[in-house]
Design a protein around this ligand. Structure first.
Ligand SMILES: [Zn+2]
Length: 102
């Protein structure tokens, strides 16, 4: 009985400390926001178009707005770009789109 109570308390604490971790467990197969780490199943992505037919979304709408400036947002775009296995050679286009507040 005591162990069950301790287990429940620990789970509640972990849920409060690492909510995005549990959200990712509940959304297998989804990628997530680079800042808050919540999967796209639970937060809306902010799409940044860097060409007429191509867009990228490293941040959710809430994080994109909270970061407020292109300079604060840019590292999340770079981190996503650097994670791509193939280099699509479009960093300049992405950077221009971010700096133009898109
Ligand atoms: Zn976010």
């Amino acid at each position: 009985m005591k162990i069950a109570l301790i287990t429940i308390i620990c789970l509640v604490l972990l849920l409060n400390i690492f909510p995005s971790f549990f959200a990712r467990l509940a959304a297998p197969g989804y990628s997530w926001c680079g800042r808050c780490k919540f999967p796209w199943k639970f937060v809306k992505s902010h799409r940044t178009d860097y060409s007429p037919s191509r867009g990228v979304f490293p941040l959710c709408e809430k994080c994109w707005e909270e970061l407020a400036t292109p300079e604060a947002r840019l590292p999340y775009y770079k981190e996503l770009y650097d994670s791509w296995e193939k280099d699509p050679n479009c960093w300049d286009e992405i950077k221009n789109a971010v700096m133009n507040d898109r």
